[in-house]
Design a protein around this ligand. Structure first.
Ligand code: ZN
Length: 383
């Protein structure tokens, strides 16, 4: 299954319809929580009864109401899983208007239609809403409507398209080293700087989050401050994604195989600094994007990629501040990140050639056009 997110453009009246469906779902959710009904069967039974007592519920798509039960069930299940892993988890609580931001149509009650140049999403009991489809969707299994601050989105879940075979040429391969001082440096000596917007947005972000923490809980000013902060985050998110999409699609088009380090990212995610947090996030998003856009992505071990000499394998230890790799044995001198990316590529090629299940000629990979990896794809992970 794959999820695709599309923006909706409801009119004022349609927006009211969406909002009503959201409120009805939340009402039902809180009803179940308040009554402490536990199993799925009991909740289903209670819902049937409830519809007799509260006939207004029949004004909503019945599958959508059913999905509220699944939401509670899934919430409880993940709570149990977290507890098993040693986290402290309370009981599911009431959902406030802010927490409750989505409802779901499963299997039925939706349709995508084209009217001239406009794409429309039809939802049973709600009607037609303009949707901006930036890609084809097929085999739709489920649609979740999501409210994000004052925007509406449809998350469309499609069944997988069958994997296809593609020709992959190891000559068309590249190693990419991601960094802090610059976004990336690849084995063809191409450097991509960190986008400027990040730096520019840091101050306003910090200011907005400080303002939020000063506001009194439950006050209107706090709500305003929260919306402001969320909007800033969304702006950073959108710009960052735009940059990452462009960068990753360039690599995916140019190269059949992309070698990356099995990432530093994992060790660094916990960083509390805002800028670093966003950077870390960018790298893993970049990797994920490459994984669904490129024919193949191979992850190599990160040990010593910046120390080993990419020409003679001599060890050249250096601190982070040393930006040049200078090898006494073979005389190689180049940017440290370039050296690292060459090592990444060489390791990857070695791995590729030595990997039993992989022939360099024909490798199972998925269509380049798909988004959001869920499930298997062809990439080799080295632990
Ligand atoms: Zn050397």
């Amino acid at each position: 299954m794959r999820n695709y997110k599309f923006r909706l453009y409801p009119t004022k009246q349609q927006e009211q319809g969406l909002q009503n469906a959201l409120s009805a779902s939340r009402w039902l959710y809180n009803y179940f929580i308040s009554k402490n009904i536990h199993t799925v069967e009991d909740m289903q039974f209670a819902l049937t009864e409830l519809k007799e007592r509260e006939p207004w519920l029949r004004g909503y798509h019945s599958k959508m109401l059913q999905m509220v039960i699944h939401k509670i069930h899934a919430g409880r299940k993940s709570g149990i899983a977290l507890e098993r892993n040693g986290h402290k988890v309370g009981k599911l609580g009431y959902a406030s208007e802010i927490d409750y931001s989505s409802f779901t149509y499963n299997q039925s009650g939706f349709e995508i239609e084209k009217h001239g140049k406009t794409d429309l999403l039809w939802l049973s009991k709600i009607g037609y809403i303009e949707i901006r489809l930036h890609r084809l969707v097929d085999n739709i299994k489920q649609i979740t409507i999501l409210r994000s601050i004052n925007r509406w989105y449809a998350i469309i879940c499609c069944e997988n398209i069958k994997p296809i075979f593609k020709f992959i040429n190891p000559m068309r391969s590249i190693g990419i080293d991601v960094g802090i001082t610059k976004f990336s440096h690849d084995s063809n000596n191409r450097v991509i700087e960190n986008p400027l917007f990040l730096k520019k947005m840091l101050k306003p972000l910090k200011r907005a989050s400080r303002r939020l923490s000063r506001r009194q809980k439950g006050s209107i000013r706090r709500r305003v401050a929260r919306t402001k902060l969320q909007e800033l985050h969304r702006r950073v998110h959108n710009k960052r994604h735009d940059f990452l999409h462009k960068t990753s699609i360039n690599y995916a088009r140019k190269y059949d195989i992309i070698f990356l380090e099995r990432l530093k990212v994992l060790n660094m995610v916990k960083n509390r600094h805002l800028a670093r947090g966003i950077l870390d996030n960018s790298w893993s998003t970049f990797k994920r994007m490459l994984q669904y856009k490129a024919k193949s992505v191979i992850l190599v071990l990160p040990n010593n990629t910046s120390i080993d000499c990419s020409r003679c394998n001599n060890k050249v230890p250096k601190s982070l501040a040393v930006r040049i790799h200078r090898c006494d044995r073979c005389g190689l001198m180049l940017d440290r990140d370039h050296n690292a990316s060459l090592n990444i590529k060489q390791r990857g090629l070695k791995l590729l050639m030595g990997h039993e299940e992989v022939t360099p000629v024909e490798i199972l990979s998925e269509s380049v056009k798909q988004e959001q990896p869920i499930g298997q794809r062809w990439s080799v992970h080295v632990y």
